[in-house]
Design a protein around this ligand. Sequence first.
Ligand SMILES: [Zn+2]
Length: 343
Amino acid sequence: MNWITNYVRPTINSLFSRREVPENLWVKCTECGTMLFHRELSENQQVCTSCGHHMPIRPRERFAALFDGGLFTEVPVVDPLPDPLHFRDQKKYPDRMRTAQKTTGEKEAMLVVEGEIGRTPVIAAAQDFSFMGGSMGMYVGNAVIAACERAVKHRRPLVLFSAAGGARMQEGILSLMQMPRTTVAVQMLREAGLPYVVVLTHPTTGGVTASYAMLGDVQIAEPTALICFAGPRVIEQTIRETLPEGFQRAEYLLDHGMLDRVTPRAAMREELITILRMLLKQPPAVRGDLPPPQPEPAAQAAAVAGAVAPVDQAGGAAPAGRGADGGAGKAAPASSEAGESKA
Ligand SMILES: [Zn+2]
């Protein structure tokens, strides 16, 4: 009886319950329509494996792929006054906030963290478009300031991933005030001589584009990201003209000098490592998975080089290199070989 209730029945149940496949196991690419397995998609940082379309990625997932070993710690952000205007549209603002917090599992639309990228300690901030359109309210303003202050305090570069529909209308003028606040915060970084790298992701619009998202020392964007102040539809309606293909997209802006780089998500980590090390005047990163330099093959190569071109300087330089290894005994036969081959 025990065996039946404890083993057989659960096994049978698990066999049957396995048929109930959750619907969110497959994600449809919004660009090419391919059905993608969610695990494969998250392993590929939410980039379509079929057409390379960059789908939205949550800040935590992005940071897990960005930082060394996926390790990062959160930087605290000062909480602003909740609902200062007692704003109400179809829903009350606090209700909207609660819904967003429940669906995203995040406190607000920006996450500030610190960690190491390629052994370089950095402060990073990312905006969450799934949280009320990543809209810039007082909290996001405080988050940018917290990130900048932390960077200045610890003398670290700041990397910011922007994604926003603009200012948060529920906070009215208070959200617009975040534009000068964040601009001053970025100026603090500049005065401290610290690098500020902005990665613009799809979409970055409105007041965010008009403030901290366009003030980077290096402006990188993800492929096909929409980057604008007023959207193409609004412009089209205003000027009553059809806009060119790919208008306000990352590649178009790169061609017109608004951006420095357009980098696919998969290459972003390496790119940031290179850029940050350049800006911090550090030597280029050496990849740990490459084998350490071997003195023996180098000596052989020098001997071969000597054999091929006897007048070459390599023959003279090689013994010094071998001497540094302390292998004086080894050096003698190697040079005699070279001598033989010369003769
Ligand atoms: Zn696709």
